[in-house]
Ligand binder design. Structure first.
Ligand SMILES: [Zn+2]
Length: 113
């Protein structure tokens, strides 16, 4: 903590303190965007880059149409189906659980406490 007897002249300090203060109070932390595909066989991660229209094979809840995968969007390609990452997460093709390999269904491990 700086001593109180030397008050900082606010007008003479350049714009520097503002970014420093902003950096010291981090905004919302970046989400961990890593995704994992527990059953990798037959799946590839791709980036949509051509002009062909590609639709996600899953519908979002409440939507009556298959939504478009945009150019530059990362999606998962299965043997026939393609899913945007959001739907892949929702239907369980992908997971954000880094420990998915410990939590595989079928292997009944006692929970590590
Ligand atoms: Zn989707």
């Amino acid at each position: 903590m700086p001593p109180e007897d030397e008050p900082m002249p606010l007008e003479e300090t350049p714009a520097e303190p503002a970014p420093v203060a902003a950096a010291s109070t981090p905004p919302t932390p970046l989400p961990d965007a890593r995704l994992y595909v527990p059953n990798q066989e037959g799946w590839e991660a791709k980036i949509k880059l051509d002009t062909e229209k590609v639709y996600c094979y899953a519908k979002l809840p409440g939507e009556e149409y298959f939504h478009l995968i945009l150019n530059g969007e990362i999606f998962l390609q299965g043997e026939i189906e393609k899913y945007c990452l959001r739907c892949a997460l929702r239907i369980g093709v992908a997971t954000q659980d880094r420990l998915f390999w410990q939590n595989r269904v079928g292997k009944r491990r006692p929970p590590a406490v």
